[in-house]
Design a protein around this ligand. Sequence first.
Ligand SMILES: Cc1ncc(COP(=O)(O)O)c(C=O)c1O
Length: 396
Amino acid sequence: MITSLMKIDAMNRRQIPFHRAPVGEAEAQAVASALLSGWLTMGTETVKFEQAFAVYVGTKHAIAVSSCTAALHLALEAVGIQPGDEVLLPTLTFAATAEVVKYLGARPVLVDSEPIYFNLDPKDAERRVTTKTRAMIPVHFAGHPCDMEALLGLANDKRLSLVEDAAHAVPARYGGRMIGGFGRATAFSFYATKTLTTGEGGMVTTNDDQIEERVRVMRLHGLSRDAWKRYSDQGSWRYDIRDVGFKYNFTDPQAAMGLVQLAKCDSMHRKREAIATQYSSRLATLDTYRIPRVSDGVQTAWHLYFVLVEEKTLRIGRDEVISELQERGVQTSVHFIPLHLHSYYRNKFGFKPGDFPIAEDYARRCVSLPIYPDMSKEEVGYVVGCLEEIAHDFRR
Ligand SMILES: Cc1ncc(COP(=O)(O)O)c(C=O)c1O
């Protein structure tokens, strides 16, 4: 029931961007001093950031790289994915999760979502295991951890390497433990819109010494692991090319920014959590949108806050809801169009609409709302007011 419907007219119309990066003076100063240090690429700041990140997520190792895409590629390479292997991953994800499998000549095998949190469905994953399946890449969608007990059980039973896509999941917890050390390796993203940002960037975390060694070598042209120091007073000009690697290294100005972001990661998370609570407490009273659920025993990172348009009670569909919000100055997004509906995957693997019903139903009805640490209560209230007005104007 809507008691105090806000009329959104030209007088009280506002502009709410989908994202505003929580970057301030402290980040600017840290980046400036890294630039003025005279060392512009990967160096001691990167080592500090890696150590601090490993402590934060509670893993033995953290290796900083240029993106989460690079992190996923290196992690899969390090666990030994070969041409012809099959790798399970959700259809409800971004391009990166699947393309890295193709980089290695392996086959991405798409899996449907479960209907509560929209993470990879362990039962559907199990049905798709063949003699060629070697790995699984669960995505902690929107920052909500996957069912790790079921996925670790499946990985164990079928002897699959678990490489987690944690692009949305800092800081997220499952059973009290931070996401980062459950699988053989975990990939994080520090992309511009992520919960911890360095503009671009990523991290591989692992408790496995062999994976750490391989990722360190392969992230920088396959050179021996200390080769990055070769221009510094602690290094030597001598290095060895141990394999054909990649140019996926991090840089010190990014690391300097990352250290500042990491120090405020918990407080940024509390602010996103408060925004999610404000959204949910008011939207729960409407039967026109389904709000996100949070499982017992987990902490979601709240990278995304999504609602699903209830087609039984609303006369307009998701696309119109997005347009109506846009007319009121609220920018939104859609995460994601499932991979199997994109032309490459349709043409290459013959997928068609209907193949992954849960992910498709989600993707047809979802809207990601603005959520970022410096979003004010008033701004959140405005977005909710717009959704209430749309519910009122377009109710069946
Ligand atoms: C689920 C998921 N995985 C991977 C990535 C890739 O991250 P990056 O841009 O750091 O390579 C993204 C980026 O949005 C993502 O959403």
